[in-house]
Design a binder for this molecule. Structure first.
Ligand code: GMT
Length: 379
């Protein structure tokens, strides 16, 4: 198939899922055309089936806010037409689903019919999309997509609960490339960070409020009182400075390191003992899956799609949002020498269920189904 993938080119979340999906599809012989405003971060390989189309937009003094959605829709029209695409798959509803709707209408007026699939990732529904400034457009464009997927059953349910959705949402969970995310022997790094055999805790995110990084730091402060431990904070975003200040306030600077954005996060995860994800909301928790694939158990909140990933008491523990005492108690339990190997093994086993080779065929089957249904509607 010739597939257009529209996504954000960013490090985390939906951009990563879209890029890894495209790479996987290209490996299986599909022709994949990425349409986005920058080269996607994880599009770091050569494959004869992968193409990249940059959305460029004109800056004009009149535009305080450049009309990205218009430029994106125009680019979609161009790529669908000239690359003869069979299907458009847009990741993250805002503004990709409404831009795809616009492109579809323009193409239809020229006799070209292109099915559109929208994948909902999380904040496009749970945080941003439900805001009155976007809701009518999000509702409309989800209903107008030919197919809709959500990355967890919880997100699908929240979409039904929040918007007036009159259509089926297919749940296709996120996935992991186990050839990349696997435990790697990087012990020298661990020795340097934890010279006295301290346990190594880690959090990776885009440092937005929804991630509740203050809870990572708060629970780490409790853990550190009981046992030698270090904390790595990976990523960057609006909360970074506030979190650095918090570490200073708690007098934790010697034991907490801010590493910024990292390309090879799997190398770092490989030497960590515990991953912390206390998010206010998390529709799937891809970063937790990446950690589990590197044999790192997870302490998380029990929100959103996390209970569909973490197995309570086996691959980690989930607590109520903000319950730092419970998170710290569970962390200390996992970190005990006699418990840690069991949690590590179970985390890897669970991650293997989300192997890209298990999940990718679900997308391919959905593409076939939606393409077929669109043809039937047209006939
Ligand atoms: O976590 C974010 O804020 C980024 C966001 C995105 O769409 O890029 O992530 C969401 O999509 C990920 C990939 O499907 C999910 O694993 C994350 O759980 C989800 N984030 C939230 O729901 C907060």
């Amino acid at each position: 198939m010739r597939i257009g993938i529209v996504c954000y080119p960013t490090f985390g979340g939906s951009g990563v899922v879209a890029t890894e999906l495209g790479k996987g599809l290209a490996d299986k012989g599909h022709q994949v055309h990425f349409i986005t405003y920058n080269q996607p971060q994880r599009l770091d390989f050569l494959n004869e089936n992968v193409f990249f189309h940059e959305v460029r937009f004109q800056h004009y003094p009149l535009f305080e806010y450049p009309p990205y959605e218009t430029a994106l829709a125009s680019k979609m029209v161009d790529v669908v037409k000239y690359e003869k695409l069979d299907l458009l798959h847009v990741h993250y509803a805002i503004p990709h689903a409404s831009a795809a709707y616009m492109a579809k209408q323009i193409l239809a007026s020229q006799g070209i019919h292109i099915p559109v699939i929208t994948t909902l990732h999380g904040t496009d529904i749970t945080l941003v999309g439900k805001d009155a400034s976007y809701e009518p457009v999000v509702t409309f464009s989800i209903n107008q997509s030919d197919g809709v997927t959500a990355v967890s059953a919880d997100l699908a349910q929240e979409t039904y609960d929040t918007f007036r959705i009159s259509r089926h949402i297919e749940v296709i969970p996120n996935f992991i490339d186990l050839s990349r995310f696997r435990k790697q022997p990087k012990e020298h790094f661990k020795m340097a960070i934890c010279p006295n055999g301290e346990k190594l805790l880690v959090h990776t995110s885009n440092f937005r409020k929804v991630k509740r990084i203050e809870d990572v730091i708060g629970m780490f402060a409790i853990v550190r009182k009981q046992t030698g431990a270090k904390l790595l904070l990976v990523g960057d975003g609006p909360e970074r400075q506030r979190m650095e200040n918090l570490c200073r306030e708690y007098d934790l600077c010697d034991d907490v390191r801010f590493l910024g954005k990292l390309d090879a996060v799997e190398e770092l995860l490989s030497v960590c003992d515990l991953f912390i994800m206390p998010s206010e909301k998390e529709s799937f928790g891809l970063a937790a899956l990446e950690a589990m694939a590197c044999e790192v158990p997870v302490i998380s909140s029990n929100t959103g799609g996390l209970p569909e990933l973490v197995i309570q008491g086996k691959t980690g523990f989930m607590s109520n949002v903000g319950d730092l005492e419970d998170m710290a108690k569970n962390a200390l339990f996992i970190l005990q020498e006699e418990n840690l190997p069991h949690f590590k093994a179970a985390s890897l086993a669970r991650a293997q269920e989300f192997d890209i080779h298990n999940i990718l065929p679900k997308y391919e089957a959905f593409y076939e189904q939606i393409s077929f249904q669109s043809k039937v509607v047209l006939a």
